[in-house]
Design a protein around this ligand. Sequence first.
Ligand code: GLC
Length: 742
Amino acid sequence: MDTSKLSLEQKAELLSGHGPWRTHAFPEAGADSIVLGDGPHGIRREVVEDYSKGIPESVPATCFPPAVAVGSSWDPEVAERLGAALGREARASGVAVLLGPGVNIKRSPLCGRNFEYLSEDPLLSGVLGSAYVRALQHEGVGASVKHFAANNQETDRMRISADVDERTLREIYFPAFERVVTEAQPATVMCSYNRINGVYASQNRWLLTDVLRTEWGYSGTVISDWGAVVDRVAALVAGLDLEMPGTGGASAQEVVDAVRSKEIDESIVDRSVVRIAELTRLGHAEEQEAFDPPAHHALARQLAADCVVLLKNDNAVLPLDGVSRIAVIGELAVTPRYQGDGSSRVNSTTVDIPLDEITALATERGATVVHAGGYSPGEAEKVARRADVAVVFAGTTIEAEGYDRTSIALPGDQVDTIRAVAAVAERTVVVLSNGGVVSLEDWHDDVDAIVEGWLLGQAAGGALADVLFGVVNPSGRLAETIPLRLEDTPCHVNFPGESGHVRYGEGVMVGYRYYETVGRDARYPFGHGLSYTRFEIADLAVEETGPDTATATVRVTNTGARPGKHVVQLYVATDAGEVRRPARELRAFRKVFLEAGRSAEVRFDLGRRAFAYWDITTSGWVVAGGTYRIQLGESSSVIVAEAGIELTGDPIIRELTMESTFGEWSAHPVVGAEFRQHLTRGLPAEHTENAEEAHREGLAMAANIPMRLFTRQAPGLFSDEILHRLMKISGTVPVSRERVPA
Ligand code: GLC
């Protein structure tokens, strides 16, 4: 695009969409119109743009496993294969920018869009999100990592202010975006609807320019969520390049008026026009032949099976190999739940029926299947009595964009049916289909096995059948905690907020970070998942490899009789530093496939960020000197190996002022000793024989008194000359300990 050929009016037009899904075209300047389209787990290309009856029908496409499932795979390869397939389908339907992935953190299980997000943990979300974006863009289709930022609920999402302290943003709500932006360079970043600390994301300069571009080096295009722009000129100045959808020229006029009136310089317009021009080059990607629906359906089934989490399997009830009579119970066995509602909804090319898929595999094995539809305990009991194993399909009825849940309970009729079946069946398996966490407490102890299928996409039925019969050995792990009670969740008292504000009062203590720190039990912890085989971890070795970096190696062995995949989870635990640290934090993971009896060594390189926290006083990442425990976990709760290392850390030298407290002066690493000498010398004689005692007492009492007050209360103890000299040298960092950039 040759932007020099565009008038101001045309440039202003370019800054907003043309209708709901396109950018403007200016052929004379080589500006083609491109299509932006949903969604994160399947192409939603509307056949008509008629919104009078809600979201219109879309062209058939493959509904792949939604993010809630992909997060449970803990496998970047699953995310990559998904991204590549979506890229092929996007191109086949003329979509140049696919509006995904969603990497918002799961703060509460009640969030209505948790099915579209990956995890409660930022590392897991970021690694999978990056893999998805790289693969998608390798197909010539741009990504749109969303929704930046702190969009962790649907309630009042277009107005509410997410009131979040900066350390929490930096350590929890930003890192997944940071990793995707810095590792995968998404073509676009989509800003969220909400305010952050009172400022709309769409016009939040700190967010969209200072953090995203200046700090993270982002050079792509920032687009709005659909309808998220409140003030087009303010958004443009803050760094929001493309407003979606179009506003029929209204926004363009506001921009033209602002330039003409000298409210803004035209260079601000040009800055965004150049980015959008670069974005529209995606429309030139050579047309891809139509995708292959059966092949993509088979791929969806493979990917989905690797996302399934086996939560419980008492007495090896599963797999069903060798079982003669199987009862399949529940409406969801014939009317599967496999995706959520809203902008991500896909018009699936086909949908597997779990009952049919189970019957097919059972028949191959000479087994019989009986079925009871609906959730009538009486009907269910009848078929359960005639079976060796009863499999009950349960789950949520609907989850959607636009509203949050108010409960995590399963529908009552489903709970009654599960309990009735468990009371009469030889063995009972529950298969769950849900986009957000559900409570297991009403029936957990009554059943033998629980398969958490989340929402698995159109091939859910086949994938679940493959896992139930052991065609696929389950290898999913929880990407979010399943609590015992909703009230146990860390944000419970602050969710979903009130009077236009939602306080992130739990700070960094989100998900397992909270449960492990306060010692609160969960039904199943983050990272939990069983297999049909067994794995062992051994020979953990940790070595510091440089200033505040380390490597960890460990040997994993499949000690069972069946091939399988295992997720090696590496957590770091420390209480070093001046801030409250979570009990442990996931800092690396690797999914490995091993044949029965085979071993593999896994190596992790841990950079500074694996040990750092965000220090708000210096607005930067700090590694505090101290002991760091490297922990290998089968979950965030079950640690199977641990090794400690000592890190020197950054010199946390704070320049002293009269606002610094007596305690900070006394403990200061550079001037503290001299300060204490002056203090002791300054004490009246009768105190000197027990000066240390007096000093200790004084410390305890005076520790929190600012020096400006202390010197008034103890005049003459320190001369102004001494105080100024000590303040002057207090900020000098010893050369040997200059801070290493994070
Ligand atoms: C919606 C969603 C966003 C989606 C967009 C276009 O409101 O928040 O995820 O991509 O609008 O449908």
